[in-house]
Write a protein that binds this ligand. Sequence first.
Ligand code: SAH
Length: 261
Amino acid sequence: MAKVWFVGAGPGDPELITLKAQKLIAQADAILYAGSLVSEAATQWAKSSCAIEDSKGMTLEEITDWLIKYSVADATVIRLQTGDPSLYGALVEMVQPLDKAGIEIGVVPGVTSAMASAAAAIETLTLPEVTQTVIFSRVEGRTPMPEGESLIELGQHHCTLCLYLSITLLKKVREDLLAAGWSDNAPIVVVHKASWPNEEQVIRGTLATIKEQCKQAGVNAQAMIIASPALGARQWTEIKKSKLYDAEFSHRFRKAIKTQD
Ligand code: SAH
């Protein structure tokens, strides 16, 4: 029986694709990939007989028709997507018509761009007693946000925010975070093309400066905005250390050296 795999290709660097994804690509009979981001991975490991196409100009219906067309006999068909398929990837819209057609589905996770961006900037998204929560979200542009999920509301948690699809909305990011009680001096990191060999750019600024800095750098697409009270911690002289490695803290694999108070 044919199977359609929704495969996360990772954030851009072909070495950040999973072994499982690479193996599936090597055995695939048809690969429909999403734009230039993932084209290299698609073509690098595929068999010469594999049908490979870019979905850039296709509508949702054309995409699902393509996947169904190649789902014959026991074919392996891949929909190759950037990052992880479960984030801003129209997964359900594509799966439903395939379900209707009775086609088996599988999903292979990928490294999402928020993780690649944190890595590029050598930042931690959680830090003891500073923030222990990460929100993956976007700012309202043409896509409306569900109730309770506006940036003003999410910002009130003062935790780490990774904002996808919002680089052209930095003015609104500033307005909303200010309204949520953040300061204009709050550090912000924008990472453009995280993990892309020779193209990655890390821009560090504040809520007040980041928009102009991105403009100067010509960054207006394919960028992650990270707002977090933990940003820049690498330079801090005093940080609360993780309990896990604390000599005074016992856990399943290690007894405390001294007793805890
Ligand atoms: N499924 C993808 C997200 C797709 S939405 C994932 O898991 O990463 C597209 C948005 O992802 C872009 O607007 C940008 O905010 C972000 N993005 C994708 N690749 C990126 C990269 N290499 N560097 C920074 N941001 C990236």
